[in-house]
Design a protein around this ligand. Structure first.
Ligand SMILES: [Zn+2]
Length: 330
């Protein structure tokens, strides 16, 4: 498969993208003016099958059964166009996170028998909340179909040795089916059976996929009036749990931005959704202050009302809520 890809690249220049789940590589077509349309929103139309070398252009219809046939058809003087050989921007493999439902089901099916269950209890997350949000446990090597492993590999979720990077973590998919984002919170090493995680995570959490809207917003309904916005996964879980305990689920939803510097698309989402009242519960540190200023600015830009509240005693929102604090204004 890699042989066909590198042979095709020798003829056609750098591949535009590889669709591993169906063994297909996409190039700019050498038979019509495909590449010249790149800057004008044009799409590459020329596919090469990585199993058998079959090729076809969806635009001009050029087709053949092998890379040898392609060489012959292009002729001896053919050289890959310079613009194709030197891509103007590095091509990043597209995320395949939404194909991970099957792996997520595995992760959910064992969560109550896994180290995640006691970790969640320790963090104050009750079973109801864990199950509503479909939390799972990151199995180092989940037993799923080959396509799923390829999708995870393409989403940079699998190490060379086959271990998944979510190993030994609480995993959350957003939305819970066909997710666009996969989030893991690593359980501390000492709470895992020895040898569970064969690598050291850089941070205590990691995310794959595209953050295009606040996470947790799949719970928004027609009746939602107030959005409580937080920074992190556990802040959201604990806040959502409190909203449930107060019987306020009908009109109030907790969402989180997944980090202190939300993506541009998420800022746009806040500007475009001015039908809600917003309450920001921020972390006590400086990053938390900057986060609330940036998110507030986007919300106000869209014309909605927003208030920022800081929990007492330098506590993070989840710790403060678990210790009994709740803003009277909500
Ligand atoms: Zn063509």
């Amino acid at each position: 498969m890699e042989n066909i890809l590198s042979a095709a690249e020798e003829i056609l220049g750098t591949v535009v993208r590889v669709e591993r789940h169906r063994d297909w590589a996409i190039f700019w077509c050498p038979f019509h003016n495909d590449a010249s349309r790149e800057g004008e929103g044009g799409h590459p139309n020329f596919g090469v099958n990585l199993i058998n070398g079959y090729w076809k252009c969806l635009r001009c219809g050029a087709t053949g059964g092998s890379l040898n046939a392609l060489r012959i058809k292009l002729g001896q003087d053919w050289k890959p166009p310079v613009s194709v050989m030197q891509p103007t921007r590095p091509s990043k493999p597209p995320s395949q996170v939404k194909m991970l439902d099957e792996a997520m089901s595995e992760a959910r099916s064992i969560v109550q028998r896994s180290p995640a269950w006691s970790y969640l209890a320790q963090r104050g997350v009750v079973p109801y909340t864990a199950l509503v949000y479909g939390l799972g446990y990151g199995i180092p090597i989940p037993r799923v179909h080959r396509e799923i492993i390829e999708a995870a590999t393409q989403s940079m979720m699998v190490r060379r040795d086959g271990t998944w990077l979510w190993a030994g973590g609480v995993v959350y998919a957003d939305p819970p089916t066909q997710p666009t984002v996969m989030n893991v919170r690593y359980i501390p090493e000492e709470q895992l059976p020895q040898g569970t995680r064969k690598f050291k995570p850089e941070k205590n959490h990691k995310t794959w996929g595209n953050r295009v809207q606040p996470l947790g917003s799949w719970r928004i309904t027609q009746a939602t009036r107030t959005l409580i916005v937080l920074e992190g996964l556990f802040d959201m879980l604990i806040t959502a749990q409190k909203i449930h305990q107060l019987g306020r689920e009908a009109d109030t939803v907790a969402v989180y931005t997944n980090g202190a510097s939300p993506a541009a698309k998420m800022h746009r989402w806040f500007s475009e959704h001015n039908e809600y009242d917003y309450v920001l519960l921020r972390d006590p540190d400086k990053a938390g202050m900057e986060w609330s200023q940036a998110v507030s600015a986007s919300i106000r830009h869209g014309g909605a009302k927003v208030r920022t509240l800081k929990p007492p005693d330098q506590l993070d929102p989840d710790e403060a809520i678990l210790s009994g604090w709740w803003p009277s204004a909500i």
